[in-house]
Ligand binder design. Structure first.
Ligand SMILES: Cc1cc2nc3c(=O)[nH]c(=O)nc-3n(C[C@H](O)[C@H](O)[C@H](O)COP(=O)(O)O)c2cc1C
Length: 336
């Protein structure tokens, strides 16, 4: 299951919505569940309804979710995130626009003081001390995630959120060691990975979601993504989850079935890392073909799993695969 924000938390705390939502997908046969973007600090939330993992008190409910998911056959994973300049937004169903001078708004931060939309409040450029704090926040969040029982830790470095803002030359105009050259722009993600890799043992897997391209001239590119992936692989990252876009508004993206798969394929071929494909993969045979052709090793399913929590059970049936159903539902396994 691909990570998908639910905008249903209060002060970062998970509740029964999250337990039932993720629990249902475990019962529905998902092999692994990457919980939605979970903020490493309050200002790192996209909206005030985002999940958080910036204090120990968050662990109790999260561990209930990880435990239920695990007991029902799925590997529990969590996506650790900081939204940077795309933080302080309204809930998606209220339009998702930036909130300004609202009781639910705050000042955003980024690599450079460039707003996402022109009309947005400008983010504040992070100082080096503030960057160090964010690296610590990611490490502490990972520590709490491990404590809560998550087995997959995915770092969100995609979709124009903070780490991606550092990666892309279009959003990172810094003159210090975090900006300019490729080596400088990737420094933040490497430091975060180094801090988190230390906390992993053989029970854990470290994944990174990237946007393979900004879809814009002069932006972050597939070539840079492959180069970065090679370095991440050498530093303990097990899986690269390949998405695209989200950093620059109004760009033309040729959205269609499997449209991001060629990026996953290229990165896999070039680096040999285990690669996940995502984006408009919503059919069993389509997913199977991607795996059979060796274009990717894992399939992330997003929206189809919101439409149908039992998609993996239905997909297995379509492909004539016999997969386990929960005992409570076994009487109806043959009759759908
Ligand atoms: C409601 C919703 C929330 C999402 N939230 C996240 C998120 O928290 N983190 C993330 O990396 N992607 C997020 N995404 C993107 C999905 O994980 C996925 O990459 C995207 O929907 C494309 O896959 P699909 O065509 O299978 O839906 C979200 C998508 C949706 C529809």
């Amino acid at each position: 299951m691909s990570p998908m924000c639910q905008y249903s938390a209060t002060d970062g705390f998970a509740n029964d919505w999250h337990l039932v939502h993720y629990g249902s997908r475990a019962v529905g046969g998902s092999a692994a569940i990457i919980q939605e973007a979970t903020a490493v600090c309050p200002e790192g939330r996209i909206s005030y309804g985002d999940l958080g993992i910036w204090k120990d008190e968050h662990i109790t409910k999260l561990s209930e979710i990880a435990d239920f998911v695990s007991k029902n056959g799925a590997i529990p994973g969590i996506q650790l995130a900081h939204a940077g300049r795309k933080a302080s937004c309204d809930l998606a169903w209220n339009g998702g626009g930036q909130l300004k001078e609202d009781r639910n708004s705050w000042t955003t931060v980024s690599a450079s003081a460039i707003p996402f939309y022109e009309a947005d409040n400008s983010p504040v450029e992070l100082s080096k001390v503030q960057i160090e704090k964010i690296i610590d926040d990611f490490a502490l969040a990972a520590q709490r995630a491990v404590k809560a029982g998550y087995k997959i830790i995915e770092i969100h470095a995609a979709h124009g959120y903070l780490i991606h803002q550092f990666l892309s030359p279009l959003t990172n105009k810094r003159n210090d060691e975090y900006g300019g050259t490729f080596e400088n722009r990737i420094r933040l993600i490497l430091k975060i990975v180094d801090a988190i890799a230390l906390l992993m043992n053989e029970d854990h897997s470290l994944w990174v979601r990237i946007s393979a391209t900004d879809w814009t001239e002069g932006g972050w590119s597939v070539e840079e993504s492959a180069k970065l992936t090679g370095l991440l692989k050498g530093r303990g990252v097990d899986v690269i989850d390949v998405s695209s876009g989200g950093n620059i508004p109004h760009v033309k993206i040729p959205v269609g079935k499997s449209y991001q798969v060629p990026f996953a394929e290229k990165i896999k071929k070039q680096t040999g890392i285990i690669t996940g494909a995502v984006g408009l993969i919503d059919d069993a045979q389509q997913a199977e073909d991607i795996l059979a052709k060796g274009q990717a090793d894992l399939i992330f399913i997003g929206r189809e799993l919101l439409r149908d929590a039992y998609f993996p059970l239905h997909a297995a049936q379509k492909l004539n695969n016999d997969i386990e159903w929960k005992n409570q539902y076994i009487r109806v396994k043959q009759s759908i």
